[in-house]
Design a protein around this ligand. Structure first.
Ligand SMILES: Nc1ncnc2c1ncn2[C@@H]1O[C@H](COP(=O)(O)OP(=O)(O)OP(=O)(O)O)[C@@H](O)[C@H]1O
Length: 219
C-alpha cells in the first residue's frame, strides 16, 4: 500500500533574482510524520519551509496540499492549516494578552484565556501575567510568546523554523519535548529546523539541502 501524502512540491523552484536558491524540488510529505530539514547555513532551509507555507511564491513548479493546488486555495485558510513559526516572531500590541488573543480576534472568536494560561505554563512562562507588557520581555520570553500564539488554534501541519534558538539548553530540550509530544497527540504533521544536535530530537525523515537541491532520507 502506498503511503498517504499530505503535502507535495513538484519541480519547485525559487529564484527571486533569476538565480535559484532552490530548484527541482520534488518532495512527497507523508501524513503524520516528524521531519527534520537540515543543511548548511544559507542552503535554503527557511526558504523551503516558507515555500511549503505558501509564504513565498514559487518561481516555477507546484505546491499541493491534500492533492489540491495551493493557487486554487484561499491563502488565509491554507495558513491556518499549515502554520509557519519563524525563529524571530514579531510581537505586537502592548501586552502578552494582545498577542495571544490575536488569533481569536482575526477569527472573530472568543479568546480562550484558560488555554492561553495553559500554553504559558507549557513553555515555562507561568510566572508571566497575561496583562504584562511585552516591552521588557527577554529574547527567550518573546520567542516563546510568539510560538504559543500559533498554538492557540490547532493546525494540521507545523513548520517550525529554529523555534528554540534564543533559549538555554534545558529550556530548549523541554520545549522540543513538549512540541513533539503535542504534535503526536494531535496527529499533526511536523516539519522542523534546528541547529541543535544535543536535544536528542528524533525525526522519522530528513530533508537534506545542498547545492540548491533536496535529498530525502528515511531515518
Ligand atoms: N527573498 C529572497 N531574495 C533573495 N535572496 C534570498 C531571499 N530569501 C532567501 N534568500 C537567500 O537564500 C539563501 C538561503 O536562505 P535561507 O534563509 O533559506 O537559508 P538557511 O539554510 O535557512 O540559512 P540559516 O541556516 O543560516 O538560517 C541565502 O543566501 C539568502 O540570503
Amino acid at each position: 500500500m502506498t503511503e498517504k501524502i499530505i503535502l507535495q512540491l513538484k519541480d519547485a523552484c525559487f529564484a527571486p533574482d533569476g538565480d535559484p536558491i532552490l530548484e527541482n524540488i520534488n518532495l512527497d510529505i507523508p501524513v503524520n510524520a516528524n521531519i527534520r530539514v537540515s543543511g548548511p547555513s544559507g542552503s535554503g532551509k527557511s526558504t523551503l519551509l516558507k515555500m511549503m507555507a505558501g509564504l513565498i511564491p514559487l518561481t516555477s513548479g507546484e505546491l499541493l496540499f491534500r492533492g489540491e493546488n495551493f493557487n486554487k486555495m484561499s491563502a488565509q485558510e491554507y495558513r491556518r492549516q499549515v502554520s509557519y513559526v519563524s525563529q524571530t516572531p514579531q510581537l505586537f500590541g502592548e501586552t502578552i494578552r494582545d498577542n495571544l488573543a490575536f488569533p481569536a480576534q482575526i477569527r472573530e472568536d472568543n479568546f480562550d484565556e484558560d488555554r492561553a494560561k495553559h500554553l504559558l505554563a507549557q513553555v515555562k512562562l507561568d510566572y508571566l501575567d497575561l496583562d504584562q507588557s511585552i516591552e521588557h520581555l527577554s529574547g527567550g520570553e518573546r520567542q516563546r510568546v510568539g510560538l504559543i500564539r500559533h498554538f492557540m488554534y490547532e493546525p494540521e501541519m507545523w513548520l517550525l523554523d529554529e523555534i528554540s534558538s534564543a533559549l538555554d539548553e534545558n529550556l530548549r530540550t523541554e520545549l522540543w519535548e513538549w512540541v513533539v509530544a503535542h504534535a503526536a497527540d494531535k496527529h499533526q504533521n511536523l516539519i522542523w529546523i534546528s541547529h541543535i544536535e544535543e536535544e536528542g530530537l528524533k525525526a522519522d525523515y530528513e530533508i537534506i539541502l545542498g547545492q540548491h537541491q533536496a535529498e530525502w532520507r528515511v531515518n
